[in-house]
Every structure is written in C-alpha cells, then in structure tokens.
Design a protein around this ligand. Structure first.
Ligand SMILES: C[S@@+](CC[C@H](N)C(=O)[O-])C[C@H]1O[C@@H](n2cnc3c(N)ncnc32)[C@H](O)[C@@H]1O
Length: 479
C-alpha cells in the first residue's frame, strides 16, 4: 500500500513493494533530482554495538575551560538585550511604512508590498509579524485572521538608546567590536537587503574580510564553548583510534571561516596520537581561499568544495571512508535534514563519529541579519522539504535534531551543553552520533538496480537507506 498518488511515484511504489527488504520509503525532491530514502523491516532495533564511547562530560569540561573568566550568569540577559534591539529595529521599519498608523488591519502581503520585499525574503517579514505578536508589540486581528494592527514602535530616542546598549551586551558576550558594527550596519540596510538591492555577504565580509564572522563563530562565548566541546569529542575519537597509526580521516562540511576548525586542529595536535587527514570543505570557493590563507600548508589539511544538498558520491566521495564528519552551524542549510544526514552516514565507517554544532533556538538578532543569508536562492523552487516545509523557519530544536539523527540511523550521544548548564538556554548545542549497525537496512545499490527499469523521469537520482521514514514529502509503506 502507498500513501502517494502521482503516476511516477505509483510505478516507483510497485517496484518497491516487490522488494521484501524495503518496508517504507520516502521520495525527497531536490534541485539535482529526487532522492529515495528506504527503510527495512528490522532497522528500528539494533541500537547496540558500534564504537567505544567518547565522554560527553570530558567534552563539556573542555567547553567550560575555553570560556573560563566569562560571567555565564550574565549571558541570558545580554542576549535578551541584543534581541530587544532587533525587535525595536523591526518595529521601527514597519512603522516607517505608515501601514500601521491607522486602525485598519494590514496583512503580511501589505508589508511585503510596501517594503518592496523580493519573494524569496517574504518569509522573513512573516516571521517579523509573528514575533512582534508573540512579544506583545503587535495585535493579530481576530476578525480578519491574516491581519495585524496596533504596532508598538519605538520613537527615535528610544531606538537610539537601544542601539547604544548593544555595545555593553556585545562586550559581555565576548563578541568583538565588529559584531556590533555588523548588526547595526545590517539593521540600517534592512529595506535594501530585503529588496536584494544589496547583499548581507557584503556587510558580513567587507572587502573579503572574515573578522566579523570569526567573531561570531569562533570568539563569542557560546561558540567558543561549543567549538571546544566538539573539538574534544573529535580528539577523544582520535585517541580511541590512534593506536594503529592510521591517519584520522576527518571531513568538515560548511567549514566557513574555520571557527570550529581551529579548535579541532589544535585539539588533535595536542593528542599527538595519530596523523590527521583533514578535509576542509564548503559550498563556496570564497571560504576555501580564506582557509588556505589562514591555515597555510599544514600537513594533512586540504580543501575542497562540498554541497550538503548534493549526492556525496557524485562529488567524488567514497562511502565508508571517513572516521569523523564535523558540521558546525551548517546542517540547518540542508533542504532535507534527513536526506543530508543519511548521505553523511553512508560516508562514515561503521564506527565513525558525526559531530554537529547547531543553533537550536531562534534568536531575534537573526531576524534582522543572518536570516537574509538563509532565504532560498532566487531561482530555487520550494525551500525546505522536511519537517520545516511551509513553516517559515530554518532552525531545528535539539529534540528535532535527535529525531532526525535517529531516523537517519544514528545512535545519538548526550547533547551538550547538558541541561541546567548556563549556556544550554542560549540554544547553541553540540549534537553527536554514531552510525547504528546495519541490521536489516536495505542495500541502496540493490534498490537502485531494481529501480533501473523505471523510465528515467520516474527514477530517483540517489538512494539512501535510513532507519525510519519521518513525516513530510511523498512517502509510502510497502506492506
Ligand atoms: C554559519 S556559516 C559557517 C560556520 C562555520 N563553522 C564557521 O566557522 O564559519 C555556514 C557555512 O555553511 C556553508 N554552506 C551553506 N550552504 C551549504 C551547503 N549547501 N553545503 C555546504 N556548505 C554550505 C556556508 O558557505 C557557510 O560557510
């Protein structure tokens, strides 16, 4: 039986239902073709075996040591100050449209029209309106449903005061000065940014300078903690494997300005256990060039392009050949988190280690800055096709990541920082997992061979085996 009714998927369903090893499947659309995720009847079990442990407590201690001297008790309040300024920025921009000066309710489409927002950024405006309602700065009109009214916007003096407090917050959070400059520069350009008349990349990397991004992804207290905890997990893994003298094969995806890379390379050097074969990758050439300049020619370190949304094998990678995969603040860019995780899982050795750093909480600062980098491309059809589909959101919660890892076939390690840690509430988390053993998971190559008789248009371009098919997108059960 299948829950999908399109003709192409119907014939796909027929082939799949003839394969006893396929119990359920999911078709994930993508820019470079569809991906089929298949699960077997027995894959939900088998949560045993795998590799030896790495200690989460040891990693947390490394995180703590990296931020010793920072007053953690102050951090939530400082974060709130940054968020408050973002809210006031949004309210002020909306006020300037004059749409909310009268009693009539206004819709998101009215705001998008008044600000000339390009379609790909319209989701940000919808988030603005929803957030202002949650924060009591706007009223959702109960009669019109989609209308909003009664905007509470700051006057010029209030707004100027909020901008001045930013610097105090910034310093307390351990961000460098460039962070405040970036935040304010983005706020000042928001109408132009939303119209795609200027780009946030230009504000974040002025004349190619990566200092601001380094401040965010390397130097701020939450990043420092997460990077050192992640680095510690990887160093423990090197130590665990180190005795054979084989190089530890590490793939870092979305490595960007290398905020995490530096902590990992330092930690690996400190273990002195084994040589390292570290592949620094990103979807953009810009970061590879910056990495060459920054890290120089270190033994075992190389750079390559890699897109988490495309097939790793088509990008030259061989399944089962990596000991560690690190993805710091990048996996939320996966159009389908489960597909990306399944693909990365196949690249790992059976006892490999996946380490993610992810922001699991929405910070309002992103609404006036980083979100501009996360909108779909102008020519991109659709956007997220996983649990975020149609929801105007980018980040997953830590529970959602745990679910995604579990579905893709990972046994998760305790999420860091642990509950109750002063940094846990800020949302930056280290989430690690190991592949579960292959109990009854279908062989993707065999499934692909069975599908070869379908007409080209009905044939997925890649097949990955997972442990669970999670809701959203076309899916079916074969028994
Ligand atoms: C938030 S930044 C990176 C954080 C990084 N850990 C650092 O220290 O800079 C996200 C990075 O992911 C990269 N990225 C975005 N989409 C990607 C994709 N589809 N595949 C691989 N990398 C991607 C971006 O180019 C950027 O470098």
């Amino acid at each position: 039986m299948t829950t999908d009714s399109t003709p192409a998927t119907g014939s796909l369903a027929e082939v799949l239902s003839a394969l006893p090893e396929v119990a359920a499947w999911q078709l994930v659309p993508g820019a470079t073709g569809d991906t089929l995720l298949v699960t077997g009847p027995a894959t939900a079990e088998g949560d045993v075996g795998g590799a030896g442990p790495v200690s989460a407590a040891h990693a947390a201690a490394s995180g703590d040591a990296a931020i010793s001297g920072t007053d953690l008790a102050e951090l939530p309040a400082l974060m709130r100050l940054l968020d408050e300024t973002a809210l006031l920025t949004i309210a002020r921009i909306l006020d300037r449209t004059r749409l909310f000066r009268g009693p009539e309710p206004r819709t998101a489409a009215d705001v998008v029209g008044a600000l000339g927002v390009v379609p790909r950024h319209a989701w940000i405006v919808r988030r603005w309106l929803g957030t202002l309602v949650e924060e009591g700065r706007l009223v959702r009109d109960p009669d019109t449903g989609g209308g909003y009214r009664e905007l509470a916007a700051p006057d010029r003096a209030q707004y100027a005061r909020a901008r001045r407090t930013l610097d105090a917050a910034r310093r307390g959070m351990g961000y460098p000065e460039s962070m405040t400059r970036f935040f304010l520069a983005a706020a000042d350009r928001l109408p132009l940014l939303l119209q795609d008349r200027t780009s946030l990349q230009g504000v974040l990397f002025p004349e190619g300078d990566t200092g601001t991004a380094e401040g965010n992804y390397r130097d701020s207290a939450p990043s420092r903690w997460a990077n050192h905890a992640a680095a510690d997990l990887i160093a423990q893994e090197a130590h665990r494997r180190g005795k054979g003298g084989q190089p530890l094969r590490v793939l870092e995806v979305g490595a960007g300005v290398g905020g995490t890379t530096e902590a990992v390379l330092d930690a690996l050097r400190d273990t002195g256990d084994a040589p390292v074969d570290y592949l620094f990758t990103d979807v953009s050439h810009f970061f590879l060039q910056a990495a060459r300049a920054r890290f120089g020619a270190q033994p075992g370190l190389s750079q390559a392009l890699f897109d988490i949304n495309a097939d790793p094998v088509a990008q030259g990678f061989t399944p089962g050949t990596l000991d560690v995969i690190l993805a710091a603040n990048v996996l939320h860019n996966a159009r389908h988190a489960g597909r990306a995780l399944a693909a990365l899982r196949e690249l790992l050795t059976p006892d490999g280690l996946l380490v993610l750093v992810e922001s699991c909480k929405e910070h309002y600062q992103a609404l006036t800055s980083m979100y501009l980098l996360m909108s779909p491309q102008p020519d991109e059809e659709g956007w997220f096709t996983d649990l975020r589909a149609g929801q105007d959101r980018v980040f997953l919660t830590e529970e959602e990541w745990a679910q995604q890892l579990d579905g893709a076939g990972f046994r998760t390690l305790p999420v860091l920082p642990p509950a109750g840690h002063p940094l846990a509430a800020l949302g930056q988390h280290v989430i690690a997992g190991r592949p579960r053993p292959d109990h009854g998971r279908p062989d993707p190559a065999r499934v692909a061979r069975a599908l070869a008789r379908l007409p080209g248009a009905a044939r997925p371009t890649r097949v990955h085996a997972v442990d669970r098919v999670l809701p959203t997108t076309a899916s079916g059960a074969t028994s």
